[in-house]
Design a protein around this ligand. Structure first.
Ligand SMILES: Nc1ncnc2c1ncn2[C@@H]1O[C@H](COP(=O)(O)OP(=O)(O)OP(=O)(O)O)[C@@H](O)[C@H]1O
Ligand SMILES: [Mg+2]
Length: 354
């Protein structure tokens, strides 16, 4: 059963085109094609934990639905654990687990435990294994006090944990998560992330994670894929994303006293001064060491820290390199390119040195 290729996810030139009909007037309908997924190819090795991100409508959920067999690709080839999902959906179901954060797979009116009992039978999980998995998941996800509560009475975070357990009762080799932290508070998010990290590390479960919370990705995934308008825009290490997006890190230095802006070698430059504290932006891909050494040699340095770039800004810049949003000046200074704000510096650079 567990051949050498099991756990692999393979997509080759996969497309999904939806036919949509729109009412354009009285008795008038227009047929239109939506290319939700546009010749996507990638491969995920067994045991990997990969982030699959992109803006609304990018095609993420459509991809996941093709990986489960819910949707059939319009073109291309999909294999999950060597299985063609749309042809062999039932057989594949025993090997994969799915969590759609926006919807529950649990029975709404039944106590949580009843959903698990139903899955025990549906998936024909051997009794001993079911017991063992249930005990483990109940403990790890803190579900003990919730088992007798009807699903509709669970809070969002409780229900999500319940859904994650449901997806894993049958020991799937692959887990697809479509926005598993949506609407969760910080503590619940941390619990879910911790659980996923352990699942991946200890059981080697392959995880494909779709989320709009980029902290999920930063804390869990070494590799990330960015999709936009159905196309794969980036596939590589999370760190490389910063280079692709030409992002900048921020060096924050505390000087002994208030001084004119530090003269740093380009492209490093001071973007903000506040009393003895100065903020310098420099390319994220470069080491901070020479910059720090140069400053330390010429200025009375008391303390320093480096701030990582905001990954959301990096992605925005990557997807819309030249786009400036004239109407969206709520966060950025006028005239400043979206996504160019270094770190969390609240002051626009124009005012930095005044
Ligand atoms: N069943 C469908 N029929 C027609 N169009 C669809 C269908 N499902 C999705 N689409 C369209 O395909 C595109 C991709 O949708 P998809 O749900 O995959 O996006 P997504 O990346 O998951 O977005 P979000 O972040 O909002 O969840 C959208 O334009 C959407 O309107
Ligand atoms: Mg979606």
């Amino acid at each position: 059963m567990t051949g050498s290729e099991s756990g692999f996810i393979e997509l080759d030139g996969v497309e999904k085109v939806f036919e949509v009909r729109r009412k354009t007037g009285f008795m008038k309908r227009e047929r239109r094609q939506v290319r939700a997924v546009d010749s996507i190819s990638f491969r995920v090795a067994s045991g990997e934990m990969v982030g699959y991100i992109g803006p609304n409508g990018a095609g993420k959920s459509t991809t996941i639905k093709m990986l489960t067999g819910i949707l059939t690709p319009s073109a291309g080839r999909v294999r999950v654990a060597g299985i063609d999902p749309s042809r062999d959906r039932i057989r594949l179901a025993h090997r994969i687990g799915v969590v759609f954060g926006q919807r529950t797979t649990l029975w709404w009116d039944l106590p949580l435990i009843d959903s698990y009992r139903l899955m025990h039978r549906m998936y024909r999980i051997p009794d001993a294994r079911y017991r063992e998995n249930l005990d483990r998941l109940v403990e790890l996800l803190g579900l003990a006090d919730l088992l007798d509560v009807p699903v509709r009475q669970l809070s969002l975070g409780q229900r999500m944990r319940g859904d994650i357990a449901a997806a894993l009762l049958h020991d799937p080799e692959v887990l697809y998560l479509d926005e598993p932290t949506i609407g969760l508070d910080v503590v619940s998010k941390a619990k879910v992330r911790e659980f996923l990290r352990e699942l991946n590390a200890e059981r080697g479960t392959t995880v494909l994670l779709t989320t709009h919370d980029l902290q999920d990705i930063e804390q869990l995934c070494k590799r990330v894929m960015v999709i936009d308008h159905g196309r794969l825009m980036y596939d590589g290490p999370l760190t490389g994303l910063h280079e692709a997006g030409e992002s900048e890190r921020t060096l924050v230095v505390d000087l002994e006293r208030e001084l004119p802006p530090i003269e740093a070698p380009a492209p490093a430059r001071v973007v903000r001064v506040d009393g003895p504290r100065q903020w310098l932006a420099f390319p994220a891909a470069e080491s901070a060491a020479p910059l720090v050494a140069g400053i330390a040699a010429r200025y009375p340095l008391v303390d320093l820290s480096v701030r990582e770039p905001d990954i959301e800004a990096v992605i925005a810049k990557m997807l819309h390199p030249r786009e400036e949003k004239p109407g969206d000046t709520s966060r950025d200074a006028p005239g400043q390119a979206a996504g160019n704000t270094p770190g969390d510096a609240p002051n626009p650079p124009e005012r930095a040195t005044t």
